[in-house]
Structure formats: C-alpha cells, structure tokens
Ligand binder design. Sequence first.
Ligand SMILES: *[C@@H]1O[C@H](CO)[C@@H](O)[C@H](O)[C@H]1NC(C)=O
Ligand SMILES: *[C@@H]1O[C@H](CO)[C@@H](O)[C@H](O)[C@H]1NC(C)=O
Ligand SMILES: *[C@@H]1O[C@H](CO)[C@@H](O)[C@H](O)[C@H]1NC(C)=O
Length: 190
Amino acid sequence: MKTGNQSSQRKRNIKCWACIVAGVIAQTIIILLIVLLVLRIRNPKVRLGGVTVENLKVSSSSSSPSFSMNLNALVTVKNTNFGHYKFKNTTLTISYKGTPVGEATIIQARARARSTKKFNVTISISSNNKVPRNSLSSDIDSGVISLSSHATLEGKVHLFKVIKKKKSAEMNCNMDVNTSLKQIQNVKCK
Ligand SMILES: *[C@@H]1O[C@H](CO)[C@@H](O)[C@H](O)[C@H]1NC(C)=O
Ligand SMILES: *[C@@H]1O[C@H](CO)[C@@H](O)[C@H](O)[C@H]1NC(C)=O
Ligand SMILES: *[C@@H]1O[C@H](CO)[C@@H](O)[C@H](O)[C@H]1NC(C)=O
C-alpha cells in the first residue's frame, strides 16, 4: 500500500513538473515573438500617386515667366507593422528647383495594422516671383516643369495597446508637369 501511494505521488510530481516546464517554454516563446515583433517595427512608407492638374496657367513672358496650378494627389501611407501607425499633422511641400511653391496639410490619422491608408490632398501652386527667372523661362519653353514633393510624417506604431514606438515616414517624390497636355508625367518616389 505504502509503496503504491509513493509511486502515484511520484507520478503526480512528474506531471506537475512537466506542466511547469511546458508553461515556461510557452511563455518564453510568446515573449520571443513579442520581442521579434517589436524589433521588426519598420518605418511606414508615404508616397504620392495619381496626381492630376487643374487650372494650369503658364506665362512664358521673358520679363516675368510664371506658372500656377492646382494639384490633386492621392497620398498613401503604407504600414507593414502588426500594430497601427498614428501620425501627426504634417506639412506637404511642393518645390520647384528647391524653392517651395505650394503647401498642403496631411491631417493626423491612423493607418491600420498591415494596411495602406489613402487620402486625397489638393495643393495650390504658384511660382509667384519666388523662382529664379532664367531657368523658369527655359523650362516653360521646353514644355516641362519639374516639381518635387516632400513631407516627413512623425508618429508612433502601437503594438498590443501597450508598446508604442516612434517612427517617421519620409516622402520624396519627383514629377514633371507636361504643360501642353496639362498632365503629370514620370512620378518617381524614393
Ligand atoms: C490638425 O489639423 C486639423 C485640421 O487643420 C486641426 O483641426 C487639428 O487641431 C490639428 N491638430 C493638431 C494637434 O494640431
Ligand atoms: C480621391 O479622389 C478621387 C478622384 O476624385 C476619387 O476617385 C477617390 O475615391 C478619392 N479617394 C479617397 C481615398 O478619397
Ligand atoms: C507631353 O506629352 C506628350 C504625349 O505623351 C508628348 O508627346 C510630349 O513629348 C510631352 N512633352 C514633353 C515636353 O515631354
């Protein structure tokens, strides 16, 4: 009787230890997965696409060459992380040869986990005597105005409602306005 009791107790003890070991292994795996997910938090990508031109006005007068237009663009914020990305209000700047010629605000929003947030922005653009004359008049004569867009989104990736990690996303795109067709060509984002 005594020995039987002892051996069943030993079996119970062994089972107990097996449970604890399995629990520890499971916990370690979960912690490792979380650490891996956190380490793999990547910068989201922000790009400009589907740009259309409205109200294009170009003056090629050699004394005061100028251009103005409205651009409608689709901004995409691609978030590949397993948590959502919440970003702050950001200024999107359009430049001609390094001189800002137009601005728009990207309004604070969140891009859901593993998805792409899309929104439209309208940017009114004007060369307004801000741009050096010589290069502008030769560009206008050639029929192509090259513009670039820049924005830096600042925000945080939120994981499991507890972990927040600062991440920024930078937009750097170039595009050409074909003034005879009133269209955008060669949109390239870095
Ligand atoms: C962000 O921009 C929107 C619209 O312009 C404004 O209503 C809001 O107050 C701004 N938020 C911050 C934190 O500045
Ligand atoms: C952006 O504008 C285009 C053209 O007006 C429209 O087809 C599209 O649905 C808009 N997209 C968003 C996300 O609002
Ligand atoms: C404007 O676009 C048209 C049609 O694609 C093309 O034939 C023309 O060469 C373009 N103009 C310039 C200056 O690239």
